[in-house]
Design a binder for this molecule. Structure first.
Ligand code: ADP
Ligand code: MG
Length: 590
């Protein structure tokens, strides 16, 4: 039954490797090619499995049309394609990139197995290729459809292998490629498994919103509003997130141009512009932006590998996008859709000399500024165990030993005279720095007291976030969270770190999961930095009123004790120093 095994060297194995060097960047790009082939083959269900971020294995199985033996052999030849392409249709070719080279290129730089069968054929074909050399072609009992397994990518090209990053980084790219395909093909069922764990299980969806919900979770889906705006030429569809729901990176922002994942600087500019006045800097709302326009208005050949396009009338595209997003996120509340209600009074500046004293009543503070801010709005009614008060004249490597407050100038800037010279201090940035180091210190020591939530809250983070939270439950406990898994992709939160006791648990944990995903298992200091910086910044927002003298002195001393007294955690200066020498020099007194 089995066909004789014939071993032969692909005539252009080397050429394929060179081509692969150009077109196969990393596991994520292999996934994209294989999944797009499966889609072209008419699959209704596509299962993807990766091991070690795709570095050890990328396997894609589909239930599409499959191939007979001749076609299977042809498919792995360079420039073999069953897809007739009209040369007039240059736009399409530009986005395809490989033009019948993908399989040959991938097979030339991996250990490659192709198993395929047509529905009308009793027996299927299996082809084994090792670094571009066909090792075996044989009959195999294969269900209708195609399965391609790519093992040890770049095993025979050390220079390329070196460029692969950690499993975690490669998996980030794998997931991103998967997400894009799943969003662009909602009627196909998808599964993604990573290291034996099911990351996504997506039934065929009837609507984009349904697919978004399956991919990103209920929480994201409920904060979206449909985008429906166009000028008759450029049409915008999809969904836009309503601030302050947002995260610290662009992972929830996906752009499709004429149905294909793509982007361009002008689109990014438009998105930023539309959200600028309603979202704190450095935060990104979820956005599923579908831009449709006549093919002749878009040039996709700018950079096929980067999927970047150029528009013939960029300002028109920009203006339509801005208007579409603004309309979507500023419109009246849709029935059944809940606007996030997280505006709370600004947090009080802590009274550092009385750590156990309750914060001043918020009614004594100026009203909350109307500008929406990011959604972490913790209350600071906890200050760390009091550090024994150092005398103000304690010398050390702090920026000042002794100091005297000379007064305050415009915008609340404080003027100090110190041993080192004249110092201008921005209390807000200084406060951010002090809070930041306290929060980090408490987390690292695991000395974060928690506060019970009554009643407990259930949250439904996105599947990727769930996977991350699941892996870091112990760390979260040390941070003062009470979090436990509670059914499929649902967690129960019954306690929060006390200094975050008033934060909304869902967005808070979603931010933390994202931070963990980016930073991995390193020290809290490494991954928590952007999160804590945001929290510290939020809390310092409350610092709009003038400080009392006692608060000011406490702040100055606290700042002098920090590890990095000169900048806020977000990189703004806390103090500007004019040394005595510098002043003398400026006055020409040397
Ligand atoms: P292209 O997709 O540009 O045609 P590829 O190298 O990706 O080039 O694929 C070569 C050919 O192999 C395709 O044209 C198609 O005929 C066949 N093929 C690849 N993957 C599949 C699949 N999953 N199911 C059926 N046929 C496939
Ligand atoms: Mg292809």
């Amino acid at each position: 039954m089995s066909a004789p095994a014939h071993i032969r060297v692909l005539s252009d194995a080397v050429i394929n490797q060179i081509a692969a060097g150009e077109v196969v960047e990393r596991p994520g790009s292999v996934l994209k090619e294989l999944v797009e082939n499966a889609i072209d083959a008419g699959a209704s269900r596509i299962e993807v499995e990766v091991v070690d971020g795709g570095r050890r294995l990328i396997r894609v199985r589909d239930d599409g049309g499959g191939m007979d033996r001749d076609n299977a052999l042809l498919a792995i030849e360079r420039h073999a394609t069953s897809k007739l392409r009209d040369l007039k249709d240059l736009d399409t070719i530009g986005t395809m990139g490989f033009r019948g080279e993908a399989l040959a290129a991938i097979a030339s730089v991996s250990q490659f197995t192709l198993s395929t069968n047509r529905a009308d054929s009793p027996i299927g074909t299996e082809i084994l290729i090792f670094g571009g050399k066909i090792q075996d072609v044989r009959d195999a009992g294969v269900p209708p459809g195609t399965e391609i397994a790519v093992r040890n990518l770049f095993f025979n090209v050390p220079a390329r292998r070196k460029f692969m990053r950690t499993a975690q980084t490669e998996f980030t790219h794998v997931r991103q490629a998967f997400l894009l395909e799943a969003l662009a093909n909602i009627s196909i069922a998808f599964v993604l498994r990573a290291d034996d764990e099911e990351v996504y299980h997506l039934p065929a969806a009837d609507s984009l919103l349904e697919r978004i919900r399956d991919l990103y979770g209920e929480e994201v889906a409920t904060h979206l509003r449909p985008l429906t705006f166009g000028n008759g030429v450029v049409e915008i569809g999809g969904f836009a997130g309503v601030p302050p729901f947002s995260r610290l990176d662009r992972e929830w922002q996906v752009i499709f141009i004429n149905g294909r994942p793509a982007g361009s600087p002008i689109v990014n500019y438009a998105i930023q512009n539309a959200y600028r006045s309603v979202l704190a800097g450095g935060r990104y709302a979820p956005l599923f932006l579908c831009i449709d326009l006549p093919a002749e208005m878009v040039d996709v050949n700018v950079h096929p590998a980067k999927k970047e396009v150029r528009f013939r009338r960029p300002t028109e595209v920009r203006d339509v996008i801005i208007e579409a997003i603004r309309l979507a996120i500023s419109g009246p509340d849709l029935p059944g859709r809940q606007m996030p209600e997280r505006a709370k009074p600004p947090v009080a500046f802590p009274a550092p000399h009385a750590p156990s004293a309750p914060p001043p009543p918020s009614s004594a503070l100026p009203a909350a500024p109307p500008a929406p801010v990011a959604h972490i709005q913790p209350r600071l009614d906890w200050t760390p165990p009091p550090v024994p008060d150092a005398p103000a004249s304690e010398p050390g490597d702090t920026p000042w030993g002794r100091y005297r407050v000379l007064g305050r100038v415009g915008g609340g800037v404080v003027v100090l005279e110190t041993d080192a010279g004249l110092v201008l201090m921005d209390p807000r940035s200084a406060h951010e720095r002090v809070l930041y180091e306290r929060l980090l210190g408490a987390i690292e020591k695991g000395a974060v007291p928690s506060q019970g939530l009554l009643p407990p809250v259930t949250i439904q983070p996105s599947p990727a976030q769930c996977q991350t939270l699941r892996r870091h439950l112990e760390l979260l406990t040390r941070m003062g969270f009470g979090v436990a898994e509670f059914g499929t992709d649902t967690f129960m939160v019954d306690a929060l770190p006390v200094w975050l006791a008033e934060a909304d648990p869902a967005p808070l944990l979603s931010d933390i999961a994202d931070g963990l995903m980016q930073g991995g298992k390193g020290r809290a200091r490494d991954w928590a930095r952007p999160i804590i910086a945001t929290i510290a910044g939020q809390q310092a927002v409350g610092l709009r009123r003038e400080l009392t003298d006692a608060e000011l002195h406490a702040l100055i001393r606290d700042l002098a004790r920090t590890e990095m007294p000169y900048t806020s955690p977000r990189g703004k200066p806390t103090v500007i120093l004019f040394s005595t020498q510098e002043l003398n020099r400026k006055f020409g007194r040397d």
